[in-house]
Ligand binder design. Sequence first.
Ligand SMILES: Nc1ncnc2c1ncn2[C@@H]1O[C@H](COP(=O)(O)OP(=O)(O)OP(=O)(O)O)[C@@H](O)[C@H]1O
Ligand SMILES: [Mg+2]
Length: 274
Amino acid sequence: MGLLSPEPERPIIGEWNHLEASVGARGMGKSTEQCVRARQLQTEAHGAYVIGHSLGARLPTKPPPGVGGPEYPITYHTSLDKLERGLRRHPGRWHILSPPLAGDGHKVDPTRKPETADDLLHFAMRLSTGIRRKAWETANPFRRWKPNVSYHGIECVPIIVIIDEGIAIDAASTTKKEANKWFLSFIYSIRHLHIAMLYAIQNSNARSWQILEQSTVIKVFAIHHEWALNALRAAGATEEQLEGIKTQGKYKFVPLTALDVKTLEVKSEDKVPE
Ligand SMILES: Nc1ncnc2c1ncn2[C@@H]1O[C@H](COP(=O)(O)OP(=O)(O)OP(=O)(O)O)[C@@H](O)[C@H]1O
Ligand SMILES: [Mg+2]
């Protein structure tokens, strides 16, 4: 694995806590906000590995006019193998898994199942183990690493994971709950894995509520459906916030930091109202 320089002060494992969800209708600026945040977090951490998944390679190429700055250093990969090699060679670039979509004019091998956002998350966990282990060994040169060592107080290059369309995570589906346990343990331990996740979804009902429950901030972009507003009301958003969500234009969002997601789930019955 190509390693970023260990020189500058890095975030401490367990103390870097960012699970940011962007929710809202198509074209409202969710992916744009994800990339703005990825760059901010990468800068704040004095460098971070940035990996992600984007259906159809649809991340913006450069920051929006109000933010400015150079183009994003994005490389799209059609498979995880290629992504891993790319990351090793260019650890400072953003490596995004974007398997070819059949409808996009690509040649798709029907015998090969395209890799999913789930596979990307498994890769992120493996990468996390590798870099935390390295950081631990650097901090404890005379001790032997074991899987259960304590990472308390250890600085480490973090990982930023961009999930451009939350719908692409099969394991976050609201059915098949048993098979999806690994995903829940992933989001519950994301801080300890030293992973920041930037997650976007158009319809928050389509994927596990626990993602929103665990989020450090939910950025609500324009929402058109009354049911979604009701769900947010049930979740404890104030009338002022709801007014903001209803009336805000494109590219604007209301950040919610303390949602009562349990109520949200109950009131919306875990379903997408028609
Ligand atoms: N803050 C902004 N200022 C100017 N243009 C913006 C801003 N945010 C987004 N845009 C433009 O709006 C378009 C849609 O943005 P973006 O792809 O981020 O939306 P999205 O919510 O991710 O949409 P989708 O649900 O289709 O993925 C893009 O062309 C982008 O350049
Ligand atoms: Mg998008």
